[in-house]
Structure formats: structure tokens, C-alpha cells
Design a protein around this ligand. Sequence first.
Ligand SMILES: [Zn+2]
Length: 312
Amino acid sequence: MRVGLDVGGTKIEAVALGDDRVDNATVIGRERLATTPGEAGVVASITQALSQLTAQLGTGLDAITSVGIGIPGMIEPGTTIVRHSVNLGVEELDLGAALRTVLPARVRADNDVKAAAVGAYALRGGTGSMAYLNLGTGVAAGIILDGELLGGARGGAGEVGHLSVDPQGPLCRCGQVGCVEAYVGGAALAERWGVPAAYPVRDLFDAADAGDPRAIVLRDGAAFGAAAAVRSLMLSVDVETVVIGGGLSALGDRLLDSIRERLRVEGETSPFLRSLELGARMELLPVGSPAAALGAALIGADDMREGALTHG
Ligand SMILES: [Zn+2]
């Protein structure tokens, strides 16, 4: 079986796919467990996830043919070395080396947003060109052009969160002003809203719906930032569809409608923008779909080209 892991700051999602490639994106096993932070904790959590997954399917670790890991942080291209994964408390960790003692299978790793892009692409049938825009704590995108995940010369393709779209905008944690992420990143929104709540962005949208003027400004700013990201992706690489996922996508149509409204207003003065029909080319990743773990499994098996694309 091919296994994919989405290693997040609070939980690990693990999925297993069969080896036959007939239904390439069909999940045959799925497990979810809490992540223990730190280098040793992350390795222990991954090992535990693999054990639970194989136990669920009545096999052992030797039944795993490949493992793909989607993880936040910077992955050194062509390696399994992850660096500066702040949410996981990991400074540097070679996942492949750490798992070699417990696992005979090949291990590959990629950034979690890129893994989610591959998974979303497979879930949509694996054809054409698509961008996955992650609106979570931070903002980033994964771009797939005719079946190939765009990496970039330094692995930075799709970092649209740090496109500065307003020279008078708020300060971003990256040091620039007016970044997309400073407008629509969950962490930036929560900080600027400043009201303690279990789900600060939802609280902010609720307050905006109730007429709170400060909340309306922030919600409109979020739509402005997200619209800028969508526009940038469409204009630079002309993907057919932008799929929106990440924590903010749980807001559903409230989020999508606010972005569409912003794009509509921008189109009022630009027949060119209007002709691109940007609003109609966005969709939400279905809530609860294991896109990142699925994509990690496909990356781990190196099925991005042959498998995910020829099947659906
Ligand atoms: Zn920035």
C-alpha cells in the first residue's frame, strides 16, 4: 500500500491507498491522531500513525511500499529534510533518515500546501491545470500545470501570501507591508481582530454580519487579500480553477461570496478583468476531505505524473 501523512501542528492525518492504481485516489484506510511537538515527538507520532494504519488494515509495516509526508516548513529540494517548522517545534529533521530504522519503505516529503494541491487535483479527477490556495494560519498556494506540480527554481512557487498588494497596508510578519497574508491570513486576522474566541475569524465574520464597523473593515480586507491572490494566480499561470482550502474555508459560502463580491467590484471598472470570469473559477475544497494526506501518498509513490493523471 501507498501511505500518505499530513503532519500538522495539532494532528496527523494518515491515509492508505492500494497499490493497484486502478482507483488511484481511493482511500482504503484512514487514521487521525494528535501530534507530539519537537523532532523526537514528530517522529514518534509518525511511527504511531503508521502502526495504527497498518493495524486497521490487518497488516504490518512491511506492507507499506511508499510513504509520502506533507509537513509545514521548508523542505530541502530532493531530500526529506525539513527545516524551520515553527508550528511543530522542529528546527531541522531528516524524516527519511529518522524512519529508516522502523520502516523499509521509501520516504518522500514535501510542503503540506503542495501536498494538499496534489490531493485536491486528484480528487477533482486529475486533469487540466489548477491552483490550490490555502487560507489558513498563513497563506500559500500550490500550482499544478497540466499534471505537474510547479516547484520553482528554489521551491518557492506559489508563495502568494507574501505578494504585497497595498503599499499602505498592514505590516506582515515577513517584514513587508500590505502582503496578502497580512490581510487574509488567519493569524493576522485573529491578531487584528483582538477579541478572544475559540474561532477568531468566524467570530469576526459573525460580528461583521451583525454590523460591527471594525469587523466589516477586516472582513472586507480579507476578501481584498484573497481576491488579490486569486487574481495573481489566474494572471500569472492561467490555471482553470482555484480551489480554496485551509482553516478559513470552513466559513464556506460566507468566505466564497465575499471574495466573489470583491472580484465583481474590481471587474466593474475593468472589462479585461470581467472577461476572465474569476469569480466563477473558484471553488472550495470539500470540508473534511484528506487532500493533503492523499497528495502526500501520491508524492511518496512518485505517482504525480503517471498515476494521478491518467486515472481519476
Ligand atoms: Zn509577507
